[in-house]
Every structure is written in structure tokens, then in C-alpha cells.
Design a protein around this ligand. Structure first.
Ligand SMILES: Cc1ncc(COP(=O)(O)O)c(C=O)c1O
Length: 382
């Protein structure tokens, strides 16, 4: 039997947003988690140059693999050999590779709820079973070692995301070490999605590899490097799983785009420009935190990283998709509905992405303030 998986509802909001924009409406895109800045200038310059010179065949750029390996040594103090890096078309195929390398159909894999929509749905598409652990405001919406230790029987694997989507919260280093201990004791394999590394407001976030050398680590050029549409990412694989992981990459995806691999290598040395984007996100974060308070949204976990605010709007709606649709139609501000991230409690949440310019954050808040003030409150059951 084929698996039934839910759509990514933010995509429907995105489509409506583009439709409204094509009718001349002014739309602010806070629905997708993607930087609006484009690739670094030096990456674009290299891309222009190689287009005339490179035949763009199937390719795995050895310099890029070596550069990524160096990133782990320099930023995380862990040794990764270039051969352990599999270049992928973004984090999404890296997730498929990681899960299908580690687990057979029927495997039980734990993850935080709320969590990134594709974790749950990719597991289901691969006929694996998501074991969702409720992580509320008290846990800052993050997995804990205690929650993982309490799952009976022990799951086959766990997906860790820090900073996380949709909340931007980070697992504290001590807690991450405890999670790694629980996994080692109970034989739980770790997939760590580190796609938001580099975008942190609480100092550097260390790779899970520092505490769990056998973890499979996912990363991407879509977020920090501001290259979402170039479709480039990577998976770090421990030596004993390299052969099966590479076999899957070759058969399922071949190689990522050659053009993106040239540009990605250049992007890794564009620190000043990329840190400029992080400084913009930090300003936007502050504005958003003040702004959502003015909207009357007090149940949030201030993001430690990434570029999201996941806010409880349960006093106004029990239908987050309808709420986002109406907000977009009436204000031009597009947001992602919480049901994407939490099929149980998500109907009372909305995710704002602030990876847009500071001027657009200000404009969005100016539009949203009167709109939120005019929304009727739901009557609490007596
Ligand atoms: C947590 C997380 N993982 C993976 C992805 C997929 O990213 P990519 O564009 O690299 O496929 C996203 C995209 O938003 C994400 O938020």
C-alpha cells in the first residue's frame, strides 16, 4: 500500500501570495523559510564565469568536499574526512538518504512535535513510523533526553533539529550531550539536521558530531548561504555507512547541479556578506519580538537561531490554515500555518519567517497591528 502524506500547506499559501501579487496586490512573503537576499556576489560571479567554460556534466566537486570537511575542523573541532561528505541537492534529499541508509521500512523514528513538516512526511513516504514527542513551551518546543529515554520500546532512530524549524530554538549543549548518551545507551541512531547552523543569536551552535561521532549530519546551502534555489547541500556519513549511502545517492539522485557546486564553494568564503545577513536577521528578530507582543501574541519561545517566530494564536482561531489565508487576503502578509509543523496542536499556531528585509518586517507589523486588533476573540468554553 502506498503511504498517504499530507501536503505542505505553506506552499498553498505561497501560491495564493503569488496569485495576489500577479493581480497587483502588495505581498510580503513571510510564509517560506528562505532568505530574500540571493547568493553571495562572489558565488554569482564564479557562476557567470564557469558557465562559458565548464561542460556541466555529472560531478562531485572534490574541492567543495574538502572545504566542507575543513568547516567541521574549524568551527566544530571535529574531524571529518572529505570522503565522508556526500554532496546532495539540498537538505531534502540528504534526509531521504540518511533515513533510507539507516532504517528499513517499519522503523520507528522519534522527532519533536512541532517539527519541520518534511520529517514526518518523508518518514511516512519511506514507510517508516514517526514517533512524535510533544514538546511544548516549557521545553521551548525542543526534544529532551528525558522524553527520549521514556519512549518504550526504544525507537530505532531520532531526528534532532537545532536550531529548529518552526521555532528557532536550540538544544543546550549539556542537553545535547545527554541526548547523545541516551541514544548510545539505547541503540538509537541519530540524524541531525543542522541546516540553520550559522544563523544563531546565542553564539555558535556546535555540531552533534561533537558528542555523537556516528550521527548522520544534514546541512544545506539554502539558509545561511542564501542559495535555496541552487539546490545544494550535504550529508556527513560515518565511514561504516559510506558505501550504502553512496549507493543510494548514485541511484536516487546522481549528483547535485555542477553550477551550484562551483558557486557553493565560492560562497563558503563570503563570510562578511553572509554575516551581514545574520545581522539583519538579528535586527528583524528584535523587531518581531516587540511586534508580536503588540499583536497580543505572548505564547512564543524567543528564537535562538534560524529566522522564525512560532506564535500561539489559539485565542483567535482553531483553524490555522484558514487564518493564514484570511490574513494574507486582508493584509497581504503571507505566513505558514501551524498545522504544517504539528498536526495535533498546530491549528492554534502561525509561523512568521523574518528572512526578509528589515523594511518589510516593519511594513508587515504595521499592517498586522490593526488587523490583529480587529480579530474577534474566540469564546472560551464555560
Ligand atoms: C529544518 C529544515 N530541514 C530541511 C529543509 C529543506 O531544505 P533544502 O532547501 O536544503 O532542501 C528545510 C527547509 O525549509 C528546513 O527548514
Amino acid at each position: 500500500m502506498t503511504a498517504t502524506i499530507d501536503p505542505f500547506h505553506a506552499i498553498a499559501i505561497g501560491e495564493l501570495a503569488y496569485q495576489l501579487a500577479s493581480q497587483g496586490r502588495s505581498v510580503i512573503h513571510m510564509e517560506y523559510g528562505q532568505p530574500s537576499t540571493g547568493a553571495p556576489a562572489a558565488a554569482i560571479a564564479i557562476a557567470h564565469r564557469v558557465l562559458d567554460a565548464d561542460p556541466m556534466g555529472y560531478w562531485e566537486n572534490p574541492q567543495l568536499k574538502a572545504r566542507i570537511a575543513r568547516l567541521y575542523a574549524e568551527e566544530h573541532g571535529v574531524t571529518v574526512a572529505p570522503e565522508q561528505v556526500i554532496l546532495t541537492c539540498g537538505a531534502s534529499p540528504a534526509l531521504v538518504l540518511a533515513l533510507s541508509t539507516l532504517f528499513a521500512p517499519g522503523a520507528r523514528v522519534a522527532l519533536a512535535r512541532p517539527g519541520y513538516v518534511a520529517y514526518r512526511n518523508t518518514l511516512k513516504a519511506l514507510h517508516m513510523e514517526p514517533v512524535e514527542l510533544d514538546c511544548g513551551e516549557a521545553e521551548r518546543f525542543q526534544l529532551t533526553a528525558a522524553a527520549l529515554a521514556a519512549v518504550e520500546p526504544a525507537p530505532d532512530g531520532v531526528i534532532i533539529a537545532s536550531p529548529a524549524n518552526p521555532t528557532g530554538t536550540v538544544i543546550e549543549p549539556e542537553e545535547l550531550a545527554r541526548i547523545a548518551e541516551v541514544c548510545a545507551e539505547r541503540g538509537i541512531a541519530i540524524v541531525s539536521d543542522e541546516i540553520y547552523h550559522g544563523i544563531s543569536y546565542v553564539g555558535p551552535v556546535r555540531s552533534t558530531l561533537a558528542v555523537a561521532p556516528q550521527a548522520l549530519v544534514i546541512n544545506s546551502f539554502s539558509k545561511y548561504f542564501s542559495m535555496a534555489g541552487w539546490r545544494l547541500g550535504w550529508l556527513v556519513v560515518p565511514p561504516h555507512l559510506l558505501e550504502p549511502a553512496r549507493a543510494r545517492m548514485g541511484n536516487l539522485f546522481l549528483t547535485p547541479p555542477s553550477l551550484a557546486q562551483h558557486a557553493g564553494l565560492a560562497a563558503m568564503d563570503c563570510r562578511d556578506e553572509l554575516e551581514g545577513h545574520v545581522a539583519t536577521y538579528a535586527r528583524n528578530r528584535d523587531l518581531m519580538l516587540e511586534g508580536v507582543a503588540r499583536l497580543g501574541l505572548s505564547h512564543i519561545a524567543p528564537p535562538d537561531g534560524a529566522f522564525y517566530i512560532y506564535a500561539d494564536v489559539g485565542h483567535l482561531t482553531q483553524d490555522s490554515l484558514g487564518f493564514c489565508r484570511r490574513m494574507l487576503e486582508e493584509t497581504g502578509v503571507a505566513t505558514a500555518p501551524g498545522i504544517d509543523f504539528d498536526p495535533l496542536g498546530g491549528n492554534r499556531f502561525v509561523r512568521f519567517s523574518f528572512a526578509v528585509s528589515t523594511a518589510l518586517v516593519e511594513e508587515a507589523l504595521a499592517r498586522l497591528e490593526p488587523w490583529f486588533a480587529a480579530q474577534p476573540r474566540l469564546v472560551e468554553p464555560a
